[in-house]
Design a binder for this molecule. Sequence first.
Ligand SMILES: Nc1ncnc2c1ncn2[C@@H]1O[C@H](COP(=O)(O)OP(=O)(O)OP(=O)(O)O)[C@@H](O)[C@H]1O
Ligand SMILES: [Mg+2]
Length: 329
Amino acid sequence: MSETKAFQPDPQYLVQVRGLKEYFPISTGFTQTTMLKAVDDVSFDIKKGETLGLVGESGCGKTTVGRTMLHLYKPTAGEIWFGGKKIEKGPVMTEFRKKAQLVFQDPYSSLNPRMTVGDIIAEPIDVHKLCANKKERSERIQALLTMVGLSSEHATRYAHEFSGGQRQRIGIARALASNPAFIVCDEPVSALDVSIQAQVLNMLEDLQKQLGLTYLFIAHDLSVVKHISDRIAVMYLGRMVELASSNELHHNPLHPYTISLLSAIPAPDPDKAKQQKRIVLKGDIPSPLHAPSGCPFRTRCSRCTAICAQVNPEFLEVSPKHFVACHNL
Ligand SMILES: Nc1ncnc2c1ncn2[C@@H]1O[C@H](COP(=O)(O)OP(=O)(O)OP(=O)(O)O)[C@@H](O)[C@H]1O
Ligand SMILES: [Mg+2]
């Protein structure tokens, strides 16, 4: 009888995800349901203090990866390891819920309009009973407001009184309240005015240095994650297609999808921008309910050959720390 080798966590990583799947049952008729494979067999690691960027088109499964790895959705399959421990029910899960937090994409809908800013920020403190008394709780709220560049009198006001950038600061303060080690930042600036985006990004970077935080940083756009990420993972239709250091991915992209995403970023130098050729992909992203056979990208890929319709390419390390899933490199 063959025995599958048990996963051994590697101490250099804070977060390790293996074979993560999240399938949503979708009703497709009276009695029929089809599985929507929002995330299909995704594996990656994040070192302590590192930022892993996660990019891809709308609907490719980025938010679902973030939420499933935080156990906000129950994984259909796969394992999440955090600080060398497998995340399962019981005390390990309770500790994980404190140590791993989420900053939401939309600072307008993610803050309860009926609660004061202080109560919103203190939610994790109250849930995990982290403060012994009211005074300690109030001091912690003040400290968190200062940490995100807001002032102490903001605690008694309501979220609707604030601008988008300030609301996102409130959302970040809430995520920091339980003293986390890891934060999933789900497109934290995409709903904000361009002029405010850099401020919030800089603040997230400063907080990371100050508090030794580890980030999974989700974005649509490679240009947003380029500066903030140490490494970048590219997703397409529920799968990871490429993963490399930010520098390597920008200078030596290997997957045709990554190459097309990079070609969409305008070059800062006008002479280079003139020479730059944008690679426009044919067709639309297929529905994850009807994903193509074999390689999910093949219907839009200029390199597609017969094998691509038959075999889903493995996610392989083609050079040190550079992973790609493509038959035709
Ligand atoms: N709770 C759910 N029930 C059913 N389907 C879902 C659910 N959440 C997400 N999906 C579907 O799963 C797929 C992946 O969605 P997800 O929100 O993770 O994508 P995304 O990459 O974050 O997109 P965006 O960039 O627009 O935020 C989509 O097809 C979406 O419609
Ligand atoms: Mg999303």
